[in-house]
Ligand binder design. Structure first.
Ligand code: ADP
Ligand code: LRH
Length: 479
């Protein structure tokens, strides 16, 4: 017997509604509906088109047929504000918007970084929800704050709440006590009442509203189920790690989330100084990781080159000479949307490197720079936690990038196991299936099912590690 489940998976570059079939030895995904997602600039502000995302979600649910449950996951940190009647105030702002410029520095003058880290365990990123909310002009009118998947869940069911894995990305969540930090909220001038009650992955949120049932044709008893609603939490559930506990993962999409799964947060000074995050995982695990800027840079290059021919660009990158220009992808100059090839040139000017002279050379520069950043992060994670890494799992859309997977294996000097591509949607349906009674007791069982049903591609490290050592010291020695 298998369950039919709807995964609504909203990535920063595309949203999808997937039909999952899950049973004791069955795990299948079918894409029902895929739609563009990304920043929408209105005058000076970058927004998300949140009503468009809801409309596309409903469109997907309309064509999916009867399901036993619906789960929603999305990118982290962003939110909508509601008034006392539950109406959306304003339009949610994109985390790449400039409204948080300088806010982190301002907050850190009154709340020391050590205090923030000891409570929340979060890496300092300028767009953490905390800094966004401090810059939020509508806060005074708000009665509640809902993270994006919780907002969509509220629209589907009428039931507000805050799913724990995504709450853990706000920098307003106490990572050890596993609840909102009211003390921290007060210290930065936020009314703690705006935060709804926490719910855990696997909790049933409630049935869809009658109007939603009418609009989608679904049974009004269809439950919406909390999953790891942070997309990265769902994707880490689907890391097919069955060979060793000593694995690192790279959840590779718009961002590359690079790190380890740990039983508990690591809140040491070393972890803070290395700027690792301790995000909440499914089943109480800790996602000890760092945000590496990811394929966003390449996405923006394609936009500037006015092409969607990624495969052709990757061919050109494979043919371009190795170890040309290299950049630090985590430099803040690459965060906002814009002309990435021009910014790469600017980085090269600043660091006395020859600028990449062709599309292929630019793409190669991005991919080698990402591979170097992965290597730094995997090494640092091992140093800070004292754990060894024997294999790197690459999951998400970027796991299809053969050149990047090979470069990652080469730079890290470790085997890479690539796949599954739709890791977030798989994690989403697996957690729903378990909540509905599927005989999949723990993460080990969930991962074994992914491994048994999804082919992986193995990349053995090639070339000389010394070449990567030299590349690393060239870029980081010249800044
Ligand atoms: P997100 O969830 O952040 O929207 P995805 O996991 O969907 O991201 O991954 C998107 C990325 O996957 C794209 O930026 C692209 O670089 C990469 N990708 C998608 N399809 C392919 C492909 N066929 N070959 C190589 N890379 C791909
Ligand atoms: C990836 C992701 C990542 C967050 C970022 C905002 O989609 O959720 O884990 O840091 O978006």
């Amino acid at each position: 017997m298998s369950l039919r489940l709807a995964a609504v998976d909203l990535g920063a570059s595309s949203g999808r509604v997937m039909l999952g079939r899950v049973g004791a030895d069955v795990l299948e995904l079918t894409e029902v509906h895929r739609f563009w997602n990304g920043p929408v600039r209105v005058h000076d502000t970058l927004h998300w088109d949140v009503l468009g995302l809801y409309r596309e979600t409903l469109a997907g649910l309309r064509s999916i047929g009867a399901v036993d449950g619906i789960g929603i996951d999305s990118w982290a940190v962003d939110y909508g504000l509601l008034d006392g009647e539950g109406r959306l105030l304003g339009n949610p702002v994109h985390y790449r918007d400039a409204r948080t410029d300088g806010v982190m520095e301002r907050v850190l003058r009154t709340v020391p970084a050590e205090d923030l880290y000891s409570v929340t365990g979060l890496q300092q990123l300028p767009f953490n929800t905390l800094y966004q909310v401090v810059a939020e002009p509508l806060l005074a009118q708000a009665k509640s704050l809902l993270m994006i998947p919780d907002l969509l869940g509220y629209w589907l069911t009428g039931r507000p709440g805050a799913e724990a894995t995504n709450a853990s990305t706000t920098q307003l969540y106490d990572v050890r006590a596993r609840r909102w930090s009211e003390d921290l909220a007060r210290r930065v001038g936020l009314p703690p009442e705006v935060f709804p009650a926490i719910r855990e992955p696997g909790d049933v949120i409630g049935p869809i509203l009658p109007a939603v049932a009418e609009e989608t044709g679904l049974d009004p008893a269809t439950p919406v189920i909390a999953v790891g609603s942070h997309d990265t939490a769902s994707s880490v559930v689907a890391v097919p790690a069955t060979e060793t506990d000593n694995f690192a993962y790279i959840s590779s999409g718009t961002w590359s989330l690079v790190g380890l799964e740990l039983p508990a947060p690591v809140l040491t000074a070393e972890a803070r100084q290395a700027n690792f995050t301790n995000e909440g995982g499914v089943d109480g695990r800790t996602r000890f990781l760092k945000n590496v800027m990811g394929l966003w840079i390449l996405q923006e290059c394609l936009r500037v080159w006015a092409t969607d021919e990624l495969t052709q660009v990757l061919k050109e990158a494979a043919a371009a000479p190795a170890f040309g220009a290299l950049v630090d992808p985590d430099d803040s100059m690459f965060l906002a949307p814009g002309n990435m090839p021009a910014r790469i040139d600017e980085f090269c000017d600043r660091t006395d490197q020859t600028k990449p002279a062709s599309r292929g050379a630019v793409a190669r520069c991005v991919l080698e720079s990402l591979a170097l950043a992965y290597r730094r992060t995997v090494r640092q994670a091992q140093e800070v936690t004292g754990r060894a890494v024997d294999v790197v799992h690459v999951i998400g859309g970027g796991s299809q990038n053969e050149l990047l997977c090979q470069l990652t294996a080469d730079a890290c000097g470790l085997p890479v196991l690539a796949g599954p591509v739709e890791a977030s949607a798989l994690g989403n349906v697996l957690v729903q299936a378990r909540a509905l009674g599927a005989p999949l007791p723990d993460l080990t069982a969930l991962r074994a099912l992914v491994r048994a049903t999804h082919p992986l591609r193995r990349y053995a490290p090639q070339g000389k590690l010394a070449d990567w050592d030299a590349a690393e010291s060239r870029v980081f020695g010249t800044r």
